[in-house]
Unconditional design. Sequence first.
Length: 309
Amino acid sequence: MRVRVLGSAAGGGFPQWNCGCGNCAGARRGDQALHARTQESIAVSGDGESWFLINCSPEIRAQIEAFPALWPRQPRHSPIAGIILTNGDLDHCLGLLSLRESHPLVVYATEAVRAGFTEDNVLYRTLARFPGQVTWRRLELDREQTLGDGAGGGGARLAVSAVPAPGKRPLHLEATRAASAEDNVGLVIRDQHSGARLAYFSGLAGPSPAVERAVADLGAGALFFDGTFWSSDELIAAGLGTRRAVEMAHWPIGGPEGSLGFLARARAQRRILIHVNNTNPILRADGPERRALAAAGVEVAADGLELTL
Ligand code: MLT
Ligand code: MN
Ligand code: ZN
């Protein structure tokens, strides 16, 4: 299984357009310890030919152009065989609307995420201009399904399971939709030929038995994990927001209750933080937080990082 990080930042990217915090200002100044990042998405392939995206960020066009494996091989073609959504947050699905140039898309999502994106959304009509423009494949919780159909570009080599993950509805649906266990999922992708596994939890409010089971023994595989905030009051302390990490459904990394202890114990060859917010001190390659991660064997995703599992 090949994995490529297309984007590693949380919503807003790094630097964020309206942010002048120390990290964002440093990245703009060219501080060598701070590297710009686009919004979170990865690409996964079993055969190196057809690729599945996990999440589709607002920066998908530039992300595709930055990775030749995703370029067309014929006058009209895309190696992207499907897109898997972990939730309905705009940083995860707004890019779908940018893939509207009359190309059939296959999107894997829970029913709650599909309904949240398609219903009452006048912009969705741009993806419904011809029959079959979008094929939705339903992710059911805890049921593994093969990705692709093997018919010319699916591969049918990778399988996905959606794991219910503590999280929340997208901000724009909080007032109009009831909460559901399908609002936010993690994914386990398994290579049915090699047995390699990838677990992907880029948005997670905290631990749960289902999450613990999913990451219990990934062996030589990789775990991508919510790296949004280092501390619970990160935005409040910086004067940039009013909500604590947990209110935003993100488990902070540091502190006595942080995810770092959990990650240090997780059995996976690679443990990689992704969806990193621009305020997070782990963005500094030379900071004490980054040294604490290194001591625990935990990495920070960067755009362009590639793994072979
Ligand atoms: C999140 O990760 O919590 C969301 O992307 C927030 C948002 O939609 O702005
Ligand atoms: Mn987000
Ligand atoms: Zn900032």
